[in-house]
Design a protein around this ligand. Sequence first.
Ligand code: FRU
Length: 529
Amino acid sequence: MIGFILAGCQPPRQAGVVSTVKPGAPYSEPHRPQYHFTPPAKWMNDPNGMVFYDGEYHLFYQHHPEGTTWGPMHWGHAVSTDLVRWQHLPIALYPDTHGLIFSGSAVVDWKNTSGFGVGGKPPLVAMFTYHDMAMEKAGKSDLFQTQGLAWSNDRGRTWTKFAGNPVIPNPGLRDFRDTKVIWHEASQQWVMVLAAGDRVRLFTSPNLKAWTQVSEFGSDVAAHGGVWECPDLFPIRIEGTSETRWVLLLSINPGGPNGGSATQYFVGNFNGTTFTLDPEFAKGIGTAGKEPERGVWLDHGRDNYAGVTWSDVPASDGRRLFIGWMSNWDYAQVVPTEVWRSALTVPRALSLHRTPAGLRIFSTPVQELRLLRGETVSLTAQRVTRVLPLRIPKGGSAAVSELDLEFFTSNAAASNLALELSNAAGETYRIGFEARSRRFYSDRTALPKAFSDKFASTVHYAPRIATDSVVRMHIYIDRASIELFADGGATTLTDIVFPSQDFTRMRLVNTGPATRLRYATISALRSIW
Ligand code: FRU
């Protein structure tokens, strides 16, 4: 975020908000997502410290337990055995004399390199950024961020801060944060990547406690419209081959393709010290400072930020699992929710593909989400001339559902097919595909937006990467969010929405020549709470 100023103001109460979710039940407040992770109460931003250990996916998150706006940061905590249903646990990390607890990561120290393990069991080790408010107030903003660590010997339930903190002092940089630690098998050492203003810095360590800077990357490439934050670095196989590449995820705020916060990525190689771009990827990006200053974006929506991937997912699973913060610093602190603020995206599996545009990451919702499916309504092949109302499955609602659409498109035709969601107040939202410009779009301009002039002034777009004649739109709707996974995850668009009443109606709207629908399914999704 820009400027770490503690804001205490609360939003005004919302008048006249109507909910279709069981009144009085937990998690039934207006706009409360039913299958996305939200904190029980108060503010959340970035997901942190995601690690799989002993059958549990851990999820920590930037949390201000006293307010619904950003404030003194703690690590909130939840666990899940299936990535879908979450159990809230007590706050894991509290601020201490070194500062607030900013974003970071966690690993299983399998070889007990840190010496924190007991009884032959590996410790969980978390590394995070300390942000010292006293130094900030004293004007020492070039020294206020340092890196610290903590460990747990009881499956993440309690944490001990290391007496030698901070383990990495500040080298004189205002922005020096968000440690992501990985075990580098080939060189048998720990590698840390952290964001340092307009670049990342890489460090190595034999034991997680003593770190040496070995390289840096990125000051001269891709998008630099804002500060770099929340990096991640991981190897991944190119689909359909036995070749491996390394991916560097990098969040940037502001400077996203549709304004404000967004996550770009790089594909390359990593030799244990240095990350270098792969020429097959590099043709997609620009040179910093030279127009167009192009990045390659993980998601073209406005609301997928600061996302990183899980550590220690077993090789037998093999997935690279990702989750992001479903908001944007442009308006995150003023969106109209009261009890809590912010949700995370659905967990996604990332994969790397060779496409005509170069090496690209695809994102797909994790298959475990199918656990939530209730009744499904199917539509067979037909022509859509103007409007096709969609039947809501029994026991479901338009506001909490999953859709899968396939239709034929021709690049020359002016075809434009959208899913439209609307409510009894006459508010509408559209997400669709414009064939002529080969772009998906999200239009939330006809939804309430008075809370921020940055929220929905324009329609925004996501380029189509796939080139075949069938367009596939797989969409998750959860009261206050829409996630599009197009063409098998080649294009992703995540947006939050705040209709004054839940959506009750869905239809396809075609504003171009008739479009041939190949099929559509609409599934009810159960609440996880
Ligand atoms: C990203 C971010 C991180 C920082 C955290 C503070 O959203 O600004 O860079 O660690 O949020 O809450």
